[in-house]
Design a protein around this ligand. Structure first.
Ligand SMILES: [Zn+2]
Length: 168
């Protein structure tokens, strides 16, 4: 680790979390790892930084990018001794998205995932409010939007198409 940095574990953890704010979902760059609920834990022991992440959709190519970004961001800040752990259980769900993530998704015109428990109805094309005008009169156009993680919807009121961040 670089010299001259604060050495208290709590301080280092806070600094690392701050640095990781720069790690974004490559497909939805407004979202950080923390917003996504992917960042599970940051621990510092004896100068070694351990970052624990839980991948989102399995097979989502974005995850490899994010893991590489974690290493790069910390290496650039002078942290050389970094372990990125992947925790698969419990499995990530879209319920882990923070309220900040929901607001950010809406701000870029993507409907945030409705709760998993109501997803059955969402899959029928209901309960996915339009991120632009908040109308509930929306319909699913395609199961796949701009990426496999999203579905394409259209609002019947403002007639705008929009991506829906699918539940998991
Ligand atoms: Zn609308």
């Amino acid at each position: 680790m670089a010299t001259g940095r604060p050495t208290g574990s709590a301080t280092v953890v806070a600094t690392v979390r701050e640095l990781l704010e720069d790690v974004r979902d490559p497909e939805i760059p407004v979202l950080t790892l923390a917003d996504l609920g992917v960042l599970r834990d940051v621990a510092v022991e004896g100068g070694c930084v351990t970052v624990t992440i839980t991948p989102t959709y399995s097979g989502c190519p974005a995850m490899h990018t994010m893991e590489a970004d974690v290493r790069r961001v910390l290496a650039e800040a002078g942290y050389r001794d970094v372990v990125v752990k992947t925790r698969l259980a419990p499995a990530w769900t879209t319920d882990w998205l923070t309220p900040a993530a929901h607001a950010k998704l809406r701000s870029v015109g993507i409907a945030p995932p409705v709760s998993v428990t109501t997803d059955k109805r969402a899959l029928l094309g209901q309960d996915v409010p339009c991120p632009r005008c908040a109308s509930g009169r929306t319909e699913k156009v395609s199961e796949f939007g701009s990426t496999a993680c999203k579905a394409l919807y259209r609002c019947r009121d403002c007639l705008e198409p929009f991506d829906y961040f699918k539940c998991l």
